[in-house]
Design a protein around this ligand. Sequence first.
Ligand code: FAD
Length: 293
Amino acid sequence: MKAPPFAYARARSLAEVFDLLERHGGNSEGEGAKILAGGQSLMPALNLRLSSPALLIDISRLADHAGIQVKDGHVHIGALITHAAIGASADIRKHLPLLADAAEHIAHPAIRNRGTFGGSLAMADPAAEWPACCVALNAQIVLANKSGTRHVAAHDFFQGLYATAMQPGEVLTEVVIPIPAAGYRHAFMELARRRGDYAIVGVAALAKVSGGAFSDVRLVYLGASDTSVAARKTSQVFVLKGFFETSLKEAQQMLATELAPQADLYSSAAAKLHLAQVLTARVMKQLIACHPA
Ligand SMILES: Cc1cc2nc3c(=O)[nH]c(=O)nc-3n(C[C@H](O)[C@H](O)[C@H](O)COP(=O)(O)OP(=O)(O)OC[C@H]3O[C@@H](n4cnc5c(N)ncnc54)[C@H](O)[C@@H]3O)c2cc1C
């Protein structure tokens, strides 16, 4: 199928984007105007006629929003940075290795070369890697409109299946992530039918470890509900009881109360839950082994 007809505007500034959004509007049915970033989700959706915007506002040339900056203990990631650029960045590898490890799980090189960090977050696919990583890293999502900017904590930003806290007229411009303190370790794992497919389930994990004890554990699951899930009670089991066979069993049972996986064409809900429990054991083993954040 081919995309329905649409008008196209390449924006030269954010001010122009706000102006076009205001003039052409836009709603959840995809009418009005829609932002086009890497096009790796939007163009397939148009081709399948799942959306029919009257105007695409191409923001891909807004160079001010395509960089990575480290300042004041935070990493600032522009919305237009591609998945591949995150995977290749020395700053990301040094300060946020969880993102560097997750990048290679996203689709294939052709998609990683065009798809953007901001586009993936705005899309809020429950099986996407970046939303889970942003929740685990306590990221702040920066949203801008013509009146100014606001910061939204990642765990408040993702609100359900393809649903976010973004309001009409807003553009996601940047993500600000605090650099984890010394002593934090990370692990990212997922299971997919074939390399490059969306994950069946996955987990982004961050933990503060000292002498074999955990003082902070953040296990955030993808593909296991209608949005990323920070399994706080499961994580807390390891903080309170350490990582042993008994605590692992208890945590795996707790996980069953925190996740709500949906069956799909390939996996039942029970199979997804089981895989999430298996991944929990694997990431905790990796976290306890020496693997600095
Ligand atoms: C075959 C295939 C496999 C894939 N596999 C994976 C995978 O394993 N993991 C994964 O995470 N993703 C996967 N993707 C999706 C890919 O990562 C996309 O790049 C990403 O979801 C969207 O980014 P984009 O820049 O292409 O956004 P676009 O497609 O341009 O836009 C997506 C949506 O976000 C909105 N949007 C984009 N940028 C902004 C912004 N800055 N502010 C506000 N709204 C914005 C658009 O209006 C649109 O609604 C896959 C895609 C394909 C085609």
